[in-house]
Each structure stands twice: as C-alpha cells, then as structure tokens.
Ligand binder design. Structure first.
Ligand code: BEZ
Length: 305
C-alpha cells in the first residue's frame, strides 16, 4: 500500500463521492474506483457500502479513515520538519494576530532579532484559527494568537490572560465609571461593536462566549471589519466596544477606556508550535518573551493549554 492510496481513500470518504474525489485529486474516475477496490482487496475489508449514494463509509472504513488521516498528517509534518532542518537559510516564520502588535509582540520580536541576528524573521499576519493549518503545512513555525483552539498536532502555551477594557466616548454616560470599572451586565442595553469580520472563531466569538458564560445577552451587538472601525464608530458616538487593554494605545480621539470587572473578561495570549518541533528557535523565543515580561512586570503563565 502506498501513501497515495490512503490519500485517495481519505478524499473519497470526505467528498462522499467518487466523482468529486476524482475531480479533487485530478485523476479520472475509473482508475480511482479501481484503486479503492484494490485497497479493499489488499486490506480484506469492505470500506464503502456497495451502491450507496452519497458514498457511505462502513464502520471498519471509518476506523481505517481516522488512522489514515493521522498517518497522512504525520507524514506531512515529518516532511515539513525535515525540509526546515535541511534548509540552508535559517528563517523562522512567525504568524500573529494583528491586535498583538499593540501588545508586547513588537518588543519580543525586536529582542529576538537583536539576540539572534543569524536567524531571519518573517512576520505573517494570520488569524488564530488559520494559524493551526499554517503550522501544519509549514507556512509558519510559530503562531501568536488570542483564542483557545486545540488540535492534536499543535502544542499551545498560554502566555498571559490580557484583561479587556470598554472603550467609550469621553462624554458617554458610562464614562463616570472610569475609575471604578464596569460589569458586563451594565452594558447590555448599549450598542456594542465587535470585530473582526474574518471567519469564525475570532475575537468577536470570544466576546460573545464571555457574555454567554456569564449568562448575559447583549441587546445590540454588531460586527464590523476590524478594531479601528469599531473604535472610530465609538469615537463618533455610535456605541461602545470591548478591546484587549493593550489596544487602548491606538489613541483614537475622545475615547476613554474603562476596566471590565468580570473575571471572565480576558483574552488569552498564546504561542503555538508543531508538537514534534524541537527547533532551537522555540526556546530562544521563550527566553525573549520571559525577558520582556519581566521588564514589563507582567506575570508569565507558560502552561500548556
Ligand atoms: C503579550 O502582550 O503578552 C504578548 C504578545 C505577543 C506575544 C507574546 C506575548
């Protein structure tokens, strides 16, 4: 059995159709059917129910499918890792969520560049959700993100829980809470902007999940493309928005930032790498993170999440 046979089988299961699978694999339908038949003969297992449409996988077929996916994933990871080790140029590709540029990310990257001038750093903006796939295919080597997403082939370290703040216009009636803070239950009647409009889960999903966790339902929550739009609308008196506290440095005119008192109101900041990655740049970047955190007096968590 060759890896391509596993790839054929996995594609047929996922597409539930020989025709669609053949299209996706860019091969003709009859050879694909023959290869699947040969695989069944070789294994001595019926992988698909005969004559079913859409193509239905048998129980034994599903079991084989799950293991076939793992074999293909591990092979892809091993290939990408071996390529990286073999690469002459030492480049580390770092995926990051845009809003981390207002947090400590620039300081960390700057320090890393100073400490390791022989390693070329490539920064690639990439949402937390997309970082998982990007890590798996070797498009990035490290991901800095904000959501709690898990995947068996990715190791994720929680670095810090960043508190959220409420951005309001300086003349907004909630501005009086600037020193005392507000609970999310106090803003349910307000017009709240969340962001971004990228595929979910994203920061907007996080905000909604915090309300849900607290058993709260905001009356008017609208999504806008990105944080600058949300803050611009708040500055125009259209409503209010929740931001990670570091984003208050954006400095939009006439805004004030109120602490949110609910314990659940935080955005996790985490680092993700491939499970099997033993590269030296991982301890190097962790050292830089620790140093910057110490300089800033921030507690570092470094728990596997
Ligand atoms: C932070 O602000 O805590 C942070 C941002 C990016 C990477 C690591 C930490």
């Amino acid at each position: 059995m060759e890896l391509r046979h596993l790839r054929y089988f996995v594609t047929v299961v996922e597409e539930q159709s020989i025709t669609k699978a053949a299209e996706k694999l860019c091969i003709a339908q009859p050879p694909l059917s023959r290869q699947i038949q040969k695989l069944e003969e070789e294994l001595g297992i019926t992988l698909f129910e005969r004559g079913s449409r859409p193509v239905k996988t048998t129980e034994a077929g599903m079991f084989f499918y799950e293991h076939a996916v793992q074999i293909l994933t591990h092979t892809a990871q091993a290939t990408s890792m071996a390529r990286r080790i073999n690469a002459v140029d030492k480049t580390v590709r770092i995926g990051y969520v845009g809003s981390l540029l207002y947090a400590l990310l620039p300081q960390i990257i700057y320090l890393f560049r100073q400490r390791h001038p022989d390693i070329h750093v490539e920064l690639i903006e990439c949402g937390t959700r997309d970082q998982i796939e990007a890590l798996k295919v070797g498009k990035i080597d490290i991901g800095f993100g904000r959501l709690r997403l898990t995947d068996p082939s990715i190791k994720r370290l929680l670095l810090r829980k960043e508190r959220l703040k409420l951005a309001v216009h300086k003349n907004h009636h909630l501005a009086e809470f600037i020193n005392t803070g507000v609970y999310l239950s106090q803003i349910l009647d307000e017009s709240i902007f969340s962001y971004p409009l990228t595929p979910k889960p994203n920061f907007s999903t996080l905000i909604q999940s915090i309300f849900t966790e607290l058993g709260l339902v905001p009356k008017k929550l609208s999504e806008v493309r990105e944080i600058h739009l949300a803050l611009g609308l708040v500055s125009s008196g259209e409503g209010i928005c929740l931001i990670p506290e570091s984003a208050s440095d954006i400095g939009m005119k006439n805004l004030i930032y109120i602490p949110v008192l609910d314990l659940e109101a935080y955005s996790p900041i985490s680092l993700s790498v491939r499970n099997m990655d033993q590269s030296a740049y991982i301890p190097y970047i962790l050292e830089c993170i620790k140093e910057v955190f110490e300089e800033e007096g921030k507690p570092i968590q470094l728990n596997e999440d």
